[in-house]
Design a protein around this ligand. Structure first.
Ligand SMILES: C[S@@+](CC[C@H](N)C(=O)[O-])C[C@H]1O[C@@H](n2cnc3c(N)ncnc32)[C@H](O)[C@@H]1O
Length: 295
């Protein structure tokens, strides 16, 4: 989610005048410093992640009482948090978890007489917009789990691949689409049952970002409507294309590095005899095809 920070997330949080924010799914904690610095000194950030890839005590030390880390599953925490102004939703990417996160956020806000928090959700497009991922399948009740296995995905193909593909190490639903499958499906189902006027904007790159704003927020903070209007301008679309291209180029450079490392670590098929040798197991014509095709 964090590549969208400058372009979309910070402008939305600022326009909302958000003071208390929850971040669901922090990974390496890339967003924390940005969020706290953007929100100002009287802000409060709650971060929920059962297995963070960073040491939260560093942030607790740096940000004193403004930073609260919850080493837990979102659904075990959200119902007991104070009402928040905005929620960044990027934890477990499956229908059951996401719809219940949204339901809990809504219940807490309604009980406090506040609008639905401004929602920023990542992974609303391919691959997890219409397909469940389970970080740990045991945390989702069996009746809400799609058939799943550890195998990779390819755009345009519903079935998982026999080998390779995207995120092959994750527990992915066997099929894409259909009811109760994926993050976007969860968001749509939540919005249908919530049934209140709102705006939704989707930025369809880097796995997709959705911003959902209750009309009550738009009345309270007209600046929010202006930020969302700006998403539709040609200038914004240019910046979105630039962002997409810079992400693509970085991914391509990374992929080339991995290919080169693999070549360097595998023995040459034309090596004259036993013993360590430089690798060259990918035939040169196949290698150049691979390099041309890489995303
Ligand atoms: C895609 S990463 C988050 C990336 C992060 N938002 C960013 O922009 O860099 C997903 C994170 O969600 C966490 N996670 C998985 N299941 C969760 C759950 N049920 N509740 C909260 N976090 C969860 C994982 O441990 C992982 O760190």
């Amino acid at each position: 989610m964090f590549p969208f920070w400058d372009l979309a997330i910070e402008p939305v949080l600022r326009a909302a005048g958000a003071r208390r924010v929850v971040e669901i799914g922090a990974l390496r904690g890339d967003n924390t410093r940005r969020i706290i610095e953007a929100l100002g000194p009287d802000s409060e950030l709650h971060v929920i992640d059962p297995s963070p890839g960073f040491d939260p005590s560093e942030h607790e030390r740096d940000f004193g009482g403004r930073y609260h880390f919850h080493r837990a599953l979102s659904l075990d925490v959200l119902g007991s948090l104070p009402v928040v102004d905005a929620a960044l939703v990027d934890g477990d990417h499956n229908w059951y978890t996401v719809i219940n996160e949204l339901r809990l956020l809504e219940q807490v806000s309604r009980a406090a007489g506040r609008p639905l928090p401004v929602l920023v959700l990542h992974d609303v497009c391919w691959p997890y917009g219409r397909r469940d991922l389970y970080y740990d399948p045991a945390t989702v009740p069996a009746e809400h789990r799609q058939p799943h296995r550890r195998a990779g995905m390819r755009p345009g193909r519903s079935e998982l691949l026999p080998h390779g593909g995207m995120s092959a190490g994750h527990w992915n639903a066997e099929h894409e689409g259909g009811p109760r499958n994926g993050v976007m499906t969860a968001l749509e189902d939540f919005l249908a049952e919530w049934a209140r006027p709102h705006r939704i904007e989707v930025l369809p790159l880097y796995f997709g970002l959705a911003v959902v704003v209750d009309d009550a927020w738009l009345a309270e903070r007209p600046q929010l409507g202006e930020v969302l209007d700006h998403f539709a301008t040609a200038g914004f679309k240019d910046r979105l294309i630039e962002l997409g291209e810079s992400i693509r180029l970085r991914a391509m450079a990374h992929h080339h590095t991995l290919l080169a490392e693999r070549e360097a670590s595998e023995p040459r098929t034309d090596a004259p005899g036993p013993g360590p040798a430089r690798s060259d197991t990918i035939a040169p014509d196949r290698r150049s095809r691979l390099l041309r095709r890489t995303p």
